[in-house]
Design a protein around this ligand. Structure first.
Ligand SMILES: O=C(CO)[C@@H](O)[C@H](O)COP(=O)(O)O
Ligand SMILES: [Fe+2]
Length: 217
């Protein structure tokens, strides 16, 4: 079953409750929360305070994507804020193994994200420890960018690595996913789809979610 995780980065922050209710009603599975520190990525978004408020108004799985340097400093805040899965960037962690263990110690799920230019072999010694791998299909920092086609091969390779080890790990793909390319991403092996501008930016959110579902069923 492929899960949809719309990114609130493209929501209207002055109207967040209403926007979240719309996607929840439309039947999405998760809510993708993009956290940016202006250091690891050239943009600043939201943090644990907003997450905490969001957690009080939705039953969706809170899928927190941390685009921040040395995230160990803030893991507890995001756990307390209601995160169900916390994904960190491999490139932002000096001791990725330690960060993974720290997240797990709080009893939440853990994901590791790779930028488009980071090779899959960096996962070699940590793959067995994670619940999800998030492959970026744009360079992180902004919504509304164009999907990088080479990532489809990367998804296929990752799927092979996971299957070869007999693991049950989600493959999330994030960046530039629209109704007209989601099928290729799913066919390549992704089972968690992030879409920001294509869902929250759509004129009709419900219709957009329905179209995504049609494509990936
Ligand atoms: O993490 C990021 C960007 O860094 C994403 O989650 C984007 O917010 C996805 O937006 P679209 O590319 O779907 O508009
Ligand atoms: Fe994201």
């Amino acid at each position: 079953m492929v899960k949809l995780s719309p990114s609130i980065l493209s929501a209207n922050f002055a109207n967040l409750k209403e926007d979240i209710e719309k996607v929840e009603k439309a039947g999405v599975d998760m809510l993708h929360i993009d956290v940016m520190d202006g250091q690891f990525v050239p943009n600043i978004s939201i943090g644990p305070v907003v997450l905490k408020s969001v957690s009080k108004i939705t039953n969706l799985i809170l899928d927190v994507h941390l685009m921040i340097d040395e995230p160990d400093r803030y893991i507890k805040e995001f756990v307390d804020g209601g995160a169900n899965i916390i994904t960190v960037h491999l490139e932002a962690c000096t001791h990725i193994h330690r960060t993974i263990q720290l997240i797990k110690s709080y009893g939440v799920k853990v994901g590791v994200s790779l930028n488009p230019g980071t090779p899959l072999n960096h996962l070699e010694y940590i793959l067995d420890d994670v619940d999800m791998v998030l492959l970026m299909s744009v360079n992180p920092g902004f919504g509304g960018q164009k999907f990088i086609p080479a990532i489809k091969d990367k998804i296929r390779e990752l799927k092979k690595m996971i299957d070869a080890r007999g693991l049950n790990i989600d493959i999330e793909v994030d960046g530039g996913i629209k109704v007209d390319n989601v099928k290729e991403v799913v066919e390549a092996g992704a089972n968690v789809i992030v879409a920001g501008s294509a869902i929250f930016g759509a004129d009709n959110v419900e219709e957009s979610v329905r179209s995504f579902r049609e494509e990936i069923k």
